[in-house]
Design a protein around this ligand. Structure first.
Ligand code: NAP
Ligand code: ZN
Ligand code: ZN
Length: 348
């Protein structure tokens, strides 16, 4: 079916209008009228081909919220009118050990990403949420509480689960000292979740002017990473660090912050520069990575958000403003997630 969208056509051109065909609704499919879509830094990495895997045109967007407009004959979990979300994945093999363990993001045959993966049904590549509608297998559709502000829920589908999952995996608990590095889309959700889990949260930022916001979001302290004396004063005190920095950077200055045997989990998708093993061997410390979260955990995160009244802090934009939003994100000038109002695309 004919679908309106915005796409990146090459590494260096601005995003522009694009139309393409989505598949018809199959027996297990849910058709969703997209109301809002968040803007993740990964969308920029893909539009710019930072990871060398982009096949143009790229229709980004994996923080999708919308209303169900049609369901396939065999769909049992959703009905017309439901408020639903779609995150970074739209399919996986469902049979491998990762899929059986509810970790579809690590599917051994490769998950089908919401955009930028070969499309097994339509051919070509999958296209994401910078579009007016999407058709997704019900297994990869999430239930969203009507209690929460719909537009502010959108970023939970990527920024939310990507920060919730490592905090759970490394068992952050009440009283732990947790540092969140980088106050952007992911970072601001990391602060909210770590605070809701009872941790003592320290926002570790390069931007002193974000300090007041960091505290409003739930941080108990703010640490300016460029201030060597302040960094030294926190040495050896953190139970866990969550690093969301989106560009190549030197992680050596952060490692001394960790306690013995503690872990820094990296979620930013970027080369690490000149990492020296001293940061690890001194104190038997770990660097780890984490990728979004499985569908079951994503639903758990959305339910946690409904229970604790957690949503993202968003700035709503029109689809036509996407290139300005990208420029601002690149300058770390985002408070704290752009969300596209898809009505602007439908009206165009
Ligand atoms: P974002 O909104 O642009 O936020 C990133 C923040 O990092 C900035 O606001 C800034 O915060 C800080 N920063 C920027 N440049 C820096 C530098 N040179 N040194 C230190 N800090 C710097 O990005 P995002 O959407 O949160 O995404 C962050 C990264 O996670 C991206 O690489 C994205 O692709 C990746 N990602 C990974 C997953 C996953 O599953 N692993 C999922 C989603 C996104 P301050 O101003 O506070 O310093
Ligand atoms: Zn994302
Ligand atoms: Zn699998």
């Amino acid at each position: 079916m004919n679908t309106k969208a915005y796409a990146a056509y090459s590494t260096d051109k601005p995003l522009a209008p694009f139309t393409f065909n989505r598949r018809e609704v199959g027996p297990l499919d849910v058709k969703i009228d997209i109301t809002y879509c968040g803007v993740c830094h990964s969308d920029i990495h893909m539009a710019h081909n930072d990871w060398g895997m982009s096949v143009y045109p790229v229709v980004p967007g994996h923080e999708i919220i919308g209303r169900v407009t049609e369901v396939g004959k065999k769909v049992t979990a959703f009905k017309k009118g439901d408020l639903v979300g779609v995150g970074c994945m739209v399919d996986s093999c469902r049979e491998c050990s990762a899929c059986k363990d509810d970790l579809e993001q690590f599917c051994e045959k490769g998950m089908t990403m919401t955009y930028g993966s070969p499309d097994p049904i339509m051919g070509g590549m999958t296209h994401g949420g910078y579009s007016d509608k999407i058709v997704v297998d019900e297994k990869f559709v999430l239930r969203v509480s009507e209690k929460l502000d719909e537009k502010a829920v959108a970023p939970l589908l990527c920024a939310g689960i990507t920060t919730y999952s490592p905090l759970r995996h490394w068992e952050v608990k009440k009283g732990d000292k947790v540092g969140v590095i980088g106050l952007g889309g992911l970072g601001h959700m990391g602060v909210k979740f770590a605070a809701a889990m009872g941790a003592h949260v320290v926002m570790i930022t390069t931007s002193p002017n974000k300090a007041a916001d960091a505290k409003r979001l739930g941080a108990h302290e703010v640490l300016i990473s460029k201030d060597a004396d302040a960094m030294a004063a926190h040495a050896g005190t953190f139970d866990f660090l969550l690093n969301t920095v989106p560009v190549g950077h030197d992680i050596n200055p952060y490692m001394p912050l960790l306690k013995r045997d503690a872990t820094m989990a990296i979620v930013g998708a970027t080369p690490l520069e000149n990492t020296h093993s001293f940061g690890l061997i001194m104190g038997r410390k770990s660097i780890a990575g984490s990728l979004i979260g499985g569908i079951k955990e994503t639903q758990e995160m959305l339910d946690f958000c409904a229970e604790h009244n957690i949503v993202s802090d968003v700035e709503v934009i029109d689809m036509q403003d996407i290139n300005t939003a990208y420029d601002r994100i690149m300058k770390s000038d985002v408070k704290y997630r752009f969300v596209i109002d898809m009505q602007s695309l439908k009206n165009a």
